[in-house]
Design a protein. Sequence first.
Length: 359
Amino acid sequence: MEKDLLSDIKQTTKSNNVSVESFLQKRDEGYPLIDVRSPAEYEKGHIPGAVNIPLFNNEERALIGTLYFKRGKEDAVSRSLEVIGPKLKDFATKGISLAENQEILVYCWRGGMRSSSMAWLFETIGLKTSVLTGGYKSYRHYIHNYLSYPFSFIVIGGMTGSGKTELLTELNRQGYPVVNLEKLASHKGSVFGAIGEPDQPTNEHFENLLFENMFLLDKEKPVFIEDESISIGSLFIPKPFHQRMLECPLLNLIVPHEERIERLVNIYTCVEKKVLIHALGKIEKRLGTENTRRAIGLICRDNFDEAVFIVLHYYDKIYYRTMQNLHKGEKTINLEFRNADLAERSQQIIACLTYEKLL
């Protein structure tokens, strides 16, 4: 019976396998996307938009994997069917509730038995089901190749507190293509960068989110992106992608020092003082013991402007050194802002880039 069932599963799903491109196109058309891997696999990274309906929970997956290794495929399949059997009704109910148009997308790790089994069930209850050829593994391979493409970037740089993220948001609002790396990474990039942000995704899922952002854009048009080191908090930008950023034109924004201090005070003083003091401790060796002590004292006395002034001296040196050593692009353009209005600043950026024939 088990062999017959396996044969039915393979036969049912054989003609429903689709490529990564077709799979993502169907998802973007609104078809529900089901990840049948274990919760631990899903949490590490998944195709954005996917709902996790695990065929096996974490413990079951480990048990069946061990059984397969020690006693072979037949015993592992037999045990799998025992585990899955009581769950079939629940799987079917969830599938029906998600597939409003009677069509559904399914993937597992390699596009093997887990996705085929769920596809067989969905097909049996009348849902047209597409399975990702090669599974999540093929999706990961696809995005690594995609993120190695020589994109055309306009890199928005500037000293800490220059309002780069706000300008990217404004440019995006005006319809220009933008990638906000800090938003994708849930981190603002410095030792204070986690303040006010949700937990960072895994590095794997960060790459997935970055790909999804880029996938929606025209690869041949310049994309605005903020200047970043290769690491953002605990995450790392893919090397080929970051290398391309370093090769593209850099627009270095020059903003009044007082404005930068005011912006940073507004952003980072929304938490308890002990959080700021803890973050300062992480850069004490580079900031210097005396400067760190002074900055802590100023924070304790609510003198945030002076504390930020001390810390900015350290970050400004880092940024200047990074710009000198890493950016080898064909152009570095310094742009000094004449007023504080975001819309006017974005227009100034566009006018400058148009003049330089970069847009």
